[in-house]
Design a protein around this ligand. Structure first.
Ligand code: GAR
Length: 212
């Protein structure tokens, strides 16, 4: 059973998609052991609570400096010892020591087709604002492994979503969530839990289904 910790900052709709997929059997061989938020008012914590999942707050605001936070945060994750850490709209940079300790075991969902509209400063609604400003016809979402860079780790899965005339960042954000994020992230967790991914030469591939 894959023990999953989900890290969140806000609404938690991706967390909800994971919970729903677990309850519906679309993710198997996995369980959420904890939901950690940097924001104590996050609706995601209420969602966790509604499903009897332990929730906790780890915020840089509660520490004297970033280094102290990074140390405490990494220690907390080591204590929880999850098999997989899922960044589901988590807007705090993962400390380098945590990336090293959990190498290959942290995944992130990003609301664009990486390498477009990603990296420092591209998060949440901002990503969709920039995509609309550029006038792209296709955007989407990406699930990737987390490395020391910002949105730079090996890509696990991507799904395109069309923009439409009259889109606002909010409308586009919702469409990308519905048509891509809430599907991709649970699928990636299910693939990891059921050992369907291969990492070769720094790239991720899905094992071919065996024909019976
Ligand atoms: C999601 O769109 C997620 O892709 C994005 O934040 C939103 C969180 O929504 N993450 C990033 O921008 C990370 N760079 P949620 O709290 O409702 O899941």
């Amino acid at each position: 059973m894959l023990r999953v910790a989900v890290l969140v900052s806000g609404g938690g709709t991706n967390l909800q998609a994971i919970i729903d997929a677990l309850e519906a059997g679309r993710i198997t061989n996995a369980e959420i052991i904890a939901v950690i938020s940097n924001n104590e008012g996050a609706k995601a914590l209420t969602r966790a609570n509604n499903h009897h999942i332990p929730g906790m707050v780890m915020s840089p605001k509660n520490f004297k400096d970033r280094e102290a936070f990074n140390e405490a945060f990494t220690a907390k994750m080591e204590e929880l010892a999850p098999d997989l850490i899922v960044l589901a709209g988590f807007l705090v940079k993962i400390p380098e020591q945590m990336v090293k300790k959990f190498s290959g075991r942290i995944i992130n969902i990003h609301p664009s087709l990486i390498p477009s509209f990603c990296g420092v400063g591209f998060y949440g609604l901002k990503v969709h604002e920039e995509a609309l400003k550029r006038g792209v016809k296709v955007t989407g979402a990406t699930v990737h492994f987390v490395n020391e860079g910002m949105d730079e780790g090996p890509i696990i899965a991507q799904k395109p979503v069309f923009t439409e005339k009259g889109d606002t960042p909010e409308i586009l954000q919702r469409r990308v969530m519905e048509q891509a994020e809430w599907i991709l992230l649970p699928q990636a967790i299910d693939d990891i839990a059921n050992d369907r991914l291969i990492l070769e030469d720094g790239h991720v591939y899905k094992k071919q289904e065996e024909l019976s």
